[in-house]
Design a binder for this molecule. Structure first.
Ligand code: ADP
Length: 463
């Protein structure tokens, strides 16, 4: 199918790049290299001078410190926005009024590549599944390039990809909302839970953004979907691609599912085979089993041999900050799940353990009440240490759950010390904050690293 905004189209066009983050920088450089006239605009005034100088030297018109009047006008051919910029931002509103195509760099990546694309999205589990698929395809010598929300700019990777390579893209709903023609060969929706409602405003808008992953797919393409997630099942009715399912709860007609103690895969023609025993999979928890099933369904669509899938699944130990085992001190195991930035992720983490848990939780207040955590707090959690903007809310739900040990502290370092005091032999201390980190820490990575450092410090200097 002919692409409308390909490399030839870009030449000589007036393009505004909104937002000078890592992706904005890559997009601006790529577009000037393809002959576009690029203006890069960022509301923020402070930026790395070297970066600005580099862009200027390449011929990019750089405007920082606000959105000037007249920036968006009828002569602009396209706006490439940073995924995080809301659609209520002034230049986007102006662009919409003038019917200027407004995209994210994911669309550009699609326009500029001939390599096949596997796109993976969902509220939770994207990075784990994307990494797993990348590792399986790597082991099968299928030349994967892992990119997107996971940390490398998709359009840059896509522009350089050879047709015999496979782009494995982690995609957020923010990125997908800004796509027009984007059409992956294989697309996977892991799950949809209420999340990011501060950005999307409504659940419907959020589901619609996720659905954009499948919007342009045809019968030759493959949609991998979670048969246990209501939103996936609902969305499936609108998808034209071949459907491959995965499920931890029920057999599926075509796809990967759990049968007693094994993971099996049924082909479209009904042929069924065992892939791996559930207890051979290296990553803990039912949620990770779901991620493994999704990865199996995706990799089977690429004809990866079962032996390779089995080998990688049994070796894979998960991704940093996602239910990552940190250490064991005096019979207490410490797990870092700093990436759990919503209640659903924390629910999954709590459900993964059989041992009593001391939970460390709290962070940015996005206006949710966390009441859904109460049943699992009752069932699995022995003590709670809260910190951050939401600490009162966590203290409240811990009281509702009838926990005996509840405390609040000022930061993650103090939380580790307090949680260790609460823990007995055989317990688990789990950082699974259920909140974003930005009230106190630059990122979930920083928060998780501080947790790990604090645990290691306890080991070297027990108090
Ligand atoms: P994402 O990239 O979508 O944020 P990650 O793989 O980084 O997902 O995992 C983020 C958090 O979500 C982890 O802390 C984990 O506890 C939880 N999680 C992972 N996979 C799933 C899943 N399939 N369903 C629900 N929660 C999950």
């Amino acid at each position: 199918m002919k692409k409308c905004f390909g490399r030839d189209w870009v030449q000589g066009k007036n393009i505004i790049v909104l937002g000078l983050a890592k992706s904005g920088l890559a997009v601006a450089k790529l577009l000037v290299s393809l002959g576009a006239k690029v203006t890069l605009n960022d509301k923020k005034a402070e930026h790395d001078e070297e970066v600005i100088d580099e862009l200027k030297a390449l011929g990019v018109h750089v405007i920082v410190g606000g959105h000037p009047q007249g920036l968006i006008h009828a002569g602009i051919d396209m706006i490439v926005k940073n995924p995080g910029i809301p659609y209520t931002a002034e230049p986007i509103v102006e662009g919409l009024k003038l019917s200027i195509p407004i995209i994210t760099e994911v669309e550009l990546g699609y326009q500029f590549t001939d390599a096949p694309i596997i796109g993976i999205t969902g509220s939770n589990g994207k990075t784990t599944t994307t990494t797993l698929v990348g590792e399986i395809l790597q082991a099968a010598e299928r030349h994967p390039i892992v990119a997107g929300n996971i940390g490398t700019v998709f359009c840059e990777k896509a522009n350089n990809a050879r047709p015999d390579e496979i782009l494995v893209a982690e995609l957020s709903s923010f990125q997908l909302k800004g796509t027009i023609e984007f059409r992956p060969d294989v697309a996977c929706l892991l799950n949809v839970f209420p999340a990011h409602l501060d950005y999307h405003q409504t659940m419907e808008d959020y589901i619609t953004s996720k659905g954009k992953l499948f919007a342009n797919m045809g019968e030759k393409d493959i949609a991998v979907l979670n048969a246990d997630n209501a939103a996936c099942v609902q969305l499936a009715q609108t998808i034209h691609a071949q459907k491959v399912w995965f499920s931890v709860e029920q057999p599926v007609e075509c796809g990967a599912y759990v049968q007693e103690t094994d993971v099996v895969y049924t082909q479209a023609d009904g042929h069924k085979e065992k892939i791996i025993a559930v207890n051979e999979i290296g990553i803990p928890g039912t949620h990770n089993l779901e991620n493994a099933l999704a990865a199996i369904s995706i990799c089977k669509s690429q004809d990866v041999p079962n032996s390779v899938i089995r080998e990688v699944l049994s070796q894979f130990k998960g991704v940093e900050h996602r239910l990552e085992f940190v250490d064991e001190l005096s019979g207490v195991k410490f797990y870092n799940d700093s990436k759990a930035t919503n209640a659903q992720a924390t629910t999954k983490a709590l459900a993964s353990f059989g041992d009593p848990i001391i939970l460390i939780a709290g962070g940015l207040d996005r206006g949710v009440d966390f009441l859904e955590l109460v049943p699992l707090l009752k069932e699995k959690v022995k003590g709670l240490v809260a910190y951050g903007q939401t600490k009162e809310k966590f203290m409240h739900i811990a009281k509702l759950a009838g926990l005996k040990s509840i405390d609040s502290v000022d930061n993650v370092r103090e939380a580790v010390v307090r949680a260790t005091e609460m823990a007995d032999l055989g317990d688990v201390v789990l950082l699974s904050p259920a909140c974003a980190s930005w009230d106190m820490y630059a990122s979930f990575e920083e928060r998780g690293s501080i947790f790990k450092e604090s645990v290691h410090k306890l080991k070297t200097s027990p108090h």
